[in-house]
Design a protein around this ligand. Structure first.
Ligand SMILES: [Ca+2]
Length: 446
């Protein structure tokens, strides 16, 4: 009996921890990334292997920057004088990585490495401010963007930990069109916190991934500690079987086991593998490592098919209050991206959202997409709320109620009812202990 109780409490604790830390579940499709050096730059035959691998993110390592702002990919100059001068094959490959049959949906270019002077160059070029569009560094990074279509710049800072110049460099990259900045720490929490903080205030959401090195110099890293320190779930990385430092080498089975354990303990957002070069050199299976990451989060689930006939879509929505720009209509516009939410001005008391369906509709399912689904912290998810119906928009009857919610999505079926007006009636918007306004990304009725 005691054992059963303990198991029950442990299960509750695990569920709570995962929700609180915004971890990936199989349904979310976790980040599965792979770093690659020479092979994906110089060997044209690697593209088919990587596109069929199951990895969803390819990180090209490593971009080097000299004090004149010229760029090299490993040993070869790729951008100088504002022009791309690297291998045409690499440019062509990268521009087509996300096309056709492929598992890759994101490309990143990693700057720096241990024992290099790249961040010393960045300090020399960026410490006085954000380099302007007339600088060689700006022109070359823009040429690289055009040649590769890279989505993100990844920071592998391992020397010259100067946050001011790093932030200016990243702001320049964001200004010219790179969508994201990602971090790849192994040590020096203070530096990484400063970089993240500086970029969070410049462009919220721009730092969207933290790839934590948990091998070699970062072998002792705890994903939970780093997530707490940096304020978001991390993506831990492990080294595949290798001959360079074999003691850090992990088989696919070991990768799966370690990531599953971390996900249960801390909630992680995915995993990454260091390093594709070793997979190639040792004749390993790229797909086996991608599967190991996916399997750590449970078997893959198919993407849910959109349900036709959301009665609320683009109907007239009103609310008791809303923040400028975050209007009630954004809760019924069919999207959860781009901050498309209704947000109340007050963070206490009752808040409500009414949808006028135009005519009476028969409804048997309702869905609410909360803050976490829109990319905000799950602590902002709506806690206690009701579904109400009305035939006149004035007199309301409860249909269903949810209390103590922490999930990103509420999806409930109810006994079919008919109404023209439907109200989301929020009695407590806060999941976290701090005061949080109601944030509804989408309210759907079927
Ligand atoms: Ca929306």
């Amino acid at each position: 009996m005691k054992k059963l109780l303990l198991m029950f409490l442990t299960a509750i604790f695990v569920i709570f921890t995962i929700n609180a830390a915004n971890s990936a579940s199989a349904a979310d499709i976790p980040v599965s990334a792979i770093y690659s050096g020479g092979p994906s730059y110089l060997v044209s035959s690697t593209q088919n292997d990587l596109k069929a691998s199951g990895f969803n993110t390819l990180i090209q390592w490593s971009l080097h920057i000299d004090t004149n702002g010229n760029l090299k990919m490993n040993d070869e100059t790729v951008c100088t004088g504002g022009a791309y001068t690297g291998q045409s094959a690499w440019s062509n490959q990268w521009l087509s990585y996300k096309s056709g049959t492929t598992s890759i949906n994101r490309l990143e270019i990693s700057v720096g490495a241990g024992g290099t002077t790249d961040f010393a160059s960045i300090k020399a070029l960026c410490s006085k401010g954000i380099p302007g569009s007339d600088t060689n560094l700006y022109k070359n990074m823009l040429a690289l963007k055009s040649a590769t279509g890279a989505d993100a710049i990844n920071l592998d800072t391992e020397d010259t930990y100067d946050s001011v110049s790093t932030i200016n460099f990243c702001k320049m990259c964001l200004n010219m069109g790179y969508s994201y900045i990602t971090l790849c720490p192994y040590t020096n929490t203070t530096y990484w916190k400063a970089v993240k903080s500086g970029l969070d205030s410049f462009k919220p959401g721009a730092v969207d991934r933290i790839y934590l090195q948990c091998y070699d110099g970062g072998a002792g890293n705890n994903p939970g500690t780093w997530a707490t320190n940096l304020g978001m779930s991390v993506i831990p990385g492990l080294w595949c079987t290798n001959t360079g430092k074999p003691s850090y080498g992990k088989t696919p089975a070991q990768v799966q086991s370690q990531l599953a354990s971390w996900n249960n303990s801390y909630g992680i957002a995915g995993g990454f593998i260091w390093l594709y070069d070793d997979i190639r050199n040792n004749g390993l299976s790229t797909a086996s490592y991608a599967s190991a990451i996916q399997n750590a989060f449970g078997p893959a689930t198919p993407t849910p098919t959109p349900i036709p006939g959301n009665y609320a879509l683009n109907k007239t929505a009103t609310a008791n209050q809303y923040v400028t720009g975050e209007t009630p209509q954004k809760a019924v516009d069919g999207t959860v991206t781009g901050n498309s939410k209704w947000c109340s001005t007050s963070n206490i008391g009752t808040q409500w959202l009414i949808v006028d369906l135009g005519s009476a509709c028969t409804i048997k399912r309702w869905i609410v997409k909360h803050a976490g689904e829109g990319g905000e912290t799950t602590g902002f998810n709506t806690r206690d709320f009701k579904l109400q119906k009305s035939t006149d928009g004035n007199s309301w009857t409860d249909v269903d109620a949810v209390t103590g919610n922490t999930a990103n999505i509420t999806d409930r079926t109810v006994t079919a009812f008919t109404a023209r007006y439907v109200r989301l009636y929020i009695t407590n918007p806060q999941t976290s202990t701090s005061n949080i306004a109601a944030r509804i990304y989408e309210f759907e009725l079927y």
